[in-house]
Design a protein around this ligand. Sequence first.
Ligand SMILES: Cc1cc2nc3c(=O)[nH]c(=O)nc-3n(C[C@H](O)[C@H](O)[C@H](O)COP(=O)(O)OP(=O)(O)OC[C@H]3O[C@@H](n4cnc5c(N)ncnc54)[C@H](O)[C@@H]3O)c2cc1C
Length: 938
Amino acid sequence: MKSFLQEIEKQLPSSRIYTDEMRRLAWGTDAGFYRLIPQIVIHSENEAEIIHILQTASKHNIPVTFRAAGTSLSGQAISNSVLVIAGKNWEKYEVAADRNSIKLQPGIVGQRVNDILKPFGKRFPPDPASVKSAMVGGIIQNNASGMSCGTHENSYKTIISARLIFADGTLLDTSDAQSKADFLQSHPDFIRRICELRDAVRKDKELSELIERKYRIKNVTGLTINPFIEFEDPFDIILHLIVGSEGTLAFLAEATMRTVTDYPFKASAMLYFPNMYAACQAVTKLKKSPVTAVEMFDRQAIRSVEDKPNAIPELKTLPAEAAVLLIKTEADNEPALKQYIDEVTAVISKFDLLYPTRFTDRASEYNAYWTMRSGIFPTVGSTRPIGTTCLIEDVAFQVDDLPQATADLRALLIKHDYSEAVIYGHALEGNYHFILNQSFDSTSEVERYENLMNDVIDLVVDKYKGSLKAEHGTGRNMAPFVKREWGEKAFRLMQDVKQLFDPKGLLNPGVIFNDDPNCHLKNIKPLPETHKLIDKCIECGFCEINCVSNGFTLSSRQRIIIQREITRLKKTGENPNRLKALEHDFVYAGEKSCAGDGLCATSCPVGINVGDYIHFIRDTKYENNAAAQKIGQWTADHFKTISFGLKTTLGIAHATRSVIGKTAMGGITKGLRYLSADNMPLWTASLPKPAPRPPKQQKTNNPLKVVYFPSCLNQMMGASHDDPDQTPLMNKMLGLLNKAGYEVIFPEKMNHLCCGTIWESKGLPKVADQKSAELELALYKASENGKYPVLCDQSPCLNRMRHTMQNLDLYEPVEFIDKFLLDKLEFHPTNEAITIHATCSTIKMGLTDRLVKVARMCSTNVLVPDEIVCCGFAGDKGFTLPELNEHGLRKLKAQIQKHGSKAGYSNSRTCEIGLDTHGGIPYMSIAYLVDKCTTRKV
Ligand SMILES: Cc1cc2nc3c(=O)[nH]c(=O)nc-3n(C[C@H](O)[C@H](O)[C@H](O)COP(=O)(O)OP(=O)(O)OC[C@H]3O[C@@H](n4cnc5c(N)ncnc54)[C@H](O)[C@@H]3O)c2cc1C
């Protein structure tokens, strides 16, 4: 391993090679229930690096595993050797001119591909429930499928060509004649062997028929061997063998995939059946109707979601034996959709349902159904007894067998005392998942699980000739049973393929092929009780798309992983050096660089807010730190003095910059920050000037009144040097409100007030609450006991106020404009290209659409940049940890330049400073835009 590492270090920067305890553990963990800790983690960036890694691995006989998003469930994206990540650095794509195909690098998230294709009325066909997190490389390599793609639109059916890097480092582009000719010349035996295997399979009628039959339903057990009977050309065979090979045959560097029509007219319905048998009978009939998805939930699955906020009310009323089908139909025009709905309703009308059938074509409603469906597994997992493992199985039957097979499956679960197990899944394809909460801490428990699995295997393989793995991949979980399912001949064929592609057995060893008959019971991931805020997590990774530090330091999921391991090591006393290293490294990577915005909770199916957990860690640190408490309390009690001091500092910085210029100022402050070991906050050219005092307001008899609380930041910070409009926000907001006919009331002693966010983010919750209580009192008085609406101009502050204050009608700018000003202002939209940014709090408060709407009323040319979620400024982190802000906004500038925007709008002054710095255009509050584009309605 040492020599391998030395050679790798010669070609790749050390910043992308991890050998430390923390990052090996963090990156080594996937969504499955197994754990192996890699010795080296490498963040790859391009094909040349992969070639070098694979050639070096081959030279030193070092096993290599690839990883995309790490949402795999069967133990196939983990390694105890070298783990090569191909995620964030592999995100290029190219849509074909006719839009019928798309060239994709493996690190693009599936949903992003859908977003790219949406404007063309197309979509990416494979649709696993994890599509918002899983990446193209992982989706293809697992042949992942979902609610609609079945066996007709999965990766196997829609892949057109690929760039592959083999174990010996050879690159093959199956779309390029020259590349194929070169391969033929360099690897004649390889191609000859593929042809031999193809011919042998075709000659063997029994084997060909077996292959044909087994792939009529979803099947990902073992390697994908149908290419031998479906394709003539050896390169087509190679290409299709790669699909579903789980990184055991070659690295996938790029794939061209066929796109399919994204039907614009969709409708979905929830169907409530008295029992599972009836639901399954309905599925067999629906199969012949124009439905594109039928998902089944047993009563246990429904129980896991029926108490969620906004849950469908019928769910809770269902009797113990009930089962639910969620169905979808789609069309390219409205009359066709109506016709399909009628046809499907006619099929369903033959069955007795607990509630009448009701289709909805309202996107918000049916999207809520499907979001609920996608989160079933993590939601069920969150209800497991702490310390147990949440196991998910993934079997498939012929659809006609479903009624009896489901009853048999339930009987087996009861027989082995798993009556709490949940059954749900893609019924249209006969593909069921069942979820078990399993403890592995006693022999009897392990035996219970083993006995169940043995019976399940008999049931699926022998009685129903089904698949043991329909879509999640064989991994380590089903590796011992591949031969059992496929039989001797087909299994030998798979071994021959593996031998051909990877003669040294270095690509993802232990996955699909594993000599240990008990490998599915080993290396189970520990999930020790750690803290109630995170204990429900099953490490699915769905949170990572919204975590700004993901790929920079640690992601939200990785923070949980490390904290769990710290807890375990503390409990067991095992490996004190490891514990020390994890605790040490977590301070920066886990704690300091967490933006704490809680956006992770918005994509977590059970709403785990890792930001809150990190706040808790910070709070506990400061709880026992008397000095910090004292300083915190002093700053709260003397806030007016602090604001004055900060305004003076901003004034000095601004005056200095005016004299020495922004380049010299940037250089000097960067130098000072360096000398202070990054303790001095970073100065940027976007740093604002101090704000002037707010203009005095006169009391009138105007019944239209609003209490305006300019956040403490906006009382301190004015416009930036380069802002096109130098009016401070307070004055701008006043002007806008007055234009709309509002009398503005400022709370008393405004410059002493703050919502408390500053102290909350510093781990001083008591002081934070003291400040918000003061503010609440002042606002209550100013609004005459809640009679008038209260507007705060800083979205994150308003978000906190919403959580800490009662009896006040609170609004942030966009919401206030949308609700109260639209009918009072005349909008005169311009063609000026502008960019907008929804802050984390805007997203969390569900106001993004309103921001977009208001912006579009002002400009016909609005850019909502892709893949920018949290900007990473995170209060004051943009000054103290600017690298997080830089990482969060790394994709912004190019999009702005392409769009040609000259100005950006948002609703948080601090975020705007970071956006300014990294976007290259001035960012201001949305109030400036609305003021600029409106006149008073007469
Ligand atoms: C809550 C939840 C729901 C899920 N629902 C579904 C579902 O409905 N249907 C379904 O099919 N799956 C589902 N999955 C499983 C999983 O999300 C999918 O299989 C997904 O496609 C894996 O993608 P990934 O990017 O996470 O890949 P990873 O887990 O990172 O990797 C998957 C496999 O591909 C290999 N690999 C990755 N990149 C490359 C590359 N560039 N070259 C070669 N090999 C590579 C890895 O070694 C590994 O074997 C679900 C998972 C979760 C947690």
